[in-house]
Design a protein around this ligand. Structure first.
Ligand SMILES: [Zn+2]
Length: 189
């Protein structure tokens, strides 16, 4: 899958909307991204999983780990493609933690997978949680990179698509200036 095919799939599944949106941050944007919609069908998730897994066939990955919730579907798909174990980290009292009895071995080679990287925050926290238990995180991957390559998670990182989603303060929004009303995603008809 090349990046155009991936973006086309995102548009067809409404995972990538074009228009004039109010983001949860209150900022306005001509795009809205909801990766979960692109992964609803396991056959689609499997394609993205294989596309990411291809980059790691020679890395002797023992486990794929994802930060919950965003990374769960794609992480599972990558683990399936690599035929390795899948675990996740989730927040407990605000901190990314391994729960549910998940454990890792000393120097276990782990790939961390997310759906979208924006600042890299949750990937970085997931890596820290794994390293605290002695794991060796050998890489991080996402379907979409919204950081324009800038997110530094401390390990080598790949993404299938780099996507710039501009956002504006309402008072500086060029779409508002043109007179259009911004809508909250999901409220459009
Ligand atoms: Zn606006």
């Amino acid at each position: 899958m090349n990046s155009n095919q991936i973006l086309e799939h995102f548009k067809q599944t409404d995972a990538l909307l074009e228009g004039h949106f109010i983001l949860s941050s209150g900022l306005h944007s001509p795009n809205y991204l909801q990766c979960a919609l692109a992964l609803q069908y396991p056959v689609d998730a499997a394609k993205f999983g294989s596309a990411i897994a291809e980059h790691y066939t020679n890395e002797k990955i023992k486990t794929v780990a994802s930060p919950a919730i965003g990374g769960l579907t794609i992480g599972y798909a990558v683990a399936q493609a690599l035929n390795v174990r899948f675990i996740w980290a989730e927040r407990e009292n605000g901190a990314m933690t391994l729960r549910r009895g998940f454990s890792v071995k000393e120097n276990e080679r782990i790939l961390v997978v997310e759906d979208v990287i924006t600042t890299g925050g949750s990937t970085r926290e997931c890596i820290e949680a794994l390293e605290k238990h002695g794991a060796k995180v050998v890489g991080a991957a996402s379907i979409i990179d919204r950081s324009n390559g800038a997110a530094d998670v401390g390990v080598p990182r790949i993404s299938l698509v780099s996507l710039e989603v501009p956002s504006y303060k309402p008072e500086d929004c060029p779409l508002c200036e043109r007179g259009g009303d911004a809508v909250k995603p999901g409220s459009r008809k």
